[in-house]
Design a binder for this molecule. Structure first.
Ligand SMILES: Cc1cc2nc3c(=O)[nH]c(=O)nc-3n(C[C@H](O)[C@H](O)[C@H](O)COP(=O)(O)O)c2cc1C
Length: 191
C-alpha cells in the first residue's frame, strides 16, 4: 500500500479488532515555547486526509504548549499487533461546529465533567471536583449541556508518518512517508 492514510486505516481497523482496550489511545507530544517536551495520552476521535483529531480542555498544559508551538507528534503502540505508528505535523483547532458535534455525542456525565474540570490548576481535593460536577448538573438540569468555551478539538496535519512492524529475528520493518505536495514520498528505514 503506497498511501500512508490508507495504510493507517487498515492498521486501525485491525487494532480495533485486536486490542483489548483503547486502540484509539495515542501519546501526544508537545513542546513549550522553550522547546521543552511533554507527553500524555489522548484518544483519537477522528482522522482523514486533513489530519488526526483529539479533544481536550484548552486551559491545560498541552493547549498552552500548542498555543506557543503549534506542532505535535503522535505515537500509537498497538501491543497485540506489535506495531507502532508515529505521526508528526502542524496543529490547528478544529472548527467550533466540529467540536460542538463531537461534544454533543458524548455522555451527559462526560459533558458535565468537562464543565467541572480545570486542567490548568490543581484542585485541592477530589471532593471539590465532585462538587463542581454536581454544580454543573444542577445548572443544566432539564436542558442540553452546551460545550464549554474552554473545551474543543485539535487536528494534527500529518507531515511525516512512520509505520513500524515487528518481524522475526529483529528484522523490523519501518516505512517512512513524508508529505510532498499533494502526495507522499516513501523510504524504508533500517530497524
Ligand atoms: C488512555 C488515556 C486517554 C486519555 N484521553 C484524553 C483525551 O482524549 N483528552 C484529554 O484531554 N485527556 C485525555 N487523557 C488525560 C491526559 O493524558 C492528561 O492527563 C490530561 O489531558 C492533562 O494533560 P495536560 O496537562 O498536558 O494538558 C487520557 C489519558 C489516558 C491514560
Amino acid at each position: 500500500m503506497d498511501d500512508p492514510l490508507a495504510l493507517f486505516d487498515a492498521w486501525f481497523v485491525e487494532a480495533r479488532a485486536s486490542e483489548p482496550n483503547d486502540p484509539e489511545a495515542v501519546a501526544l507530544a508537545t513542546a513549550d515555547a522553550d522547546g521543552r517536551p511533554s507527553v500524555r495520552m489522548v484518544l483519537l476521535k477522528g482522522h482523514g486526509a486533513d489530519g488526526f483529531v483529539f479533544y481536550t480542555n484548552q486551559d491545560g498544559r498541552k493547549a498552552a504548549d500548542l498555543g506557543a508551538n503549534p506542532h505535535a507528534a503522535l505515537l500509537f503502540h498497538w501491543k497485540t499487533l506489535r506495531r507502532q505508528v508515529r505521526i508528526e505535523g502542524a496543529v490547528s483547532h478544529v472548527t467550533d461546529a466540529e467540536s460542538d458535534a463531537y461534544f454533543a455525542s458524548r455522555s451527559r456525565d462526560s459533558q458535565l465533567g468537562a464543565w467541572a474540570s480545570d486542567q490548568s490548576r490543581p484542585l485541592d481535593t477530589r471532593t471539590t471536583f465532585e462538587r463542581r460536577v454536581e454544580d454543573a448538573r444542577a445548572r443544566f438540569e432539564g436542558a442540553d449541556v452546551p460545550r464549554p468555551p474552554h473545551w474543543g478539538g485539535y487536528r494534527v496535519a500529518a507531515e511525516r508518518i512512520e509505520f513500524w512492524q515487528d518481524r522475526a529475528a529483529r528484522l523490523h520493518e519501518r516505512r517512512l512517508f513524508v508529505r510532498a505536495g499533494q502526495g507522499w514520498t516513501e523510504g524504508l528505514l533500517y530497524p
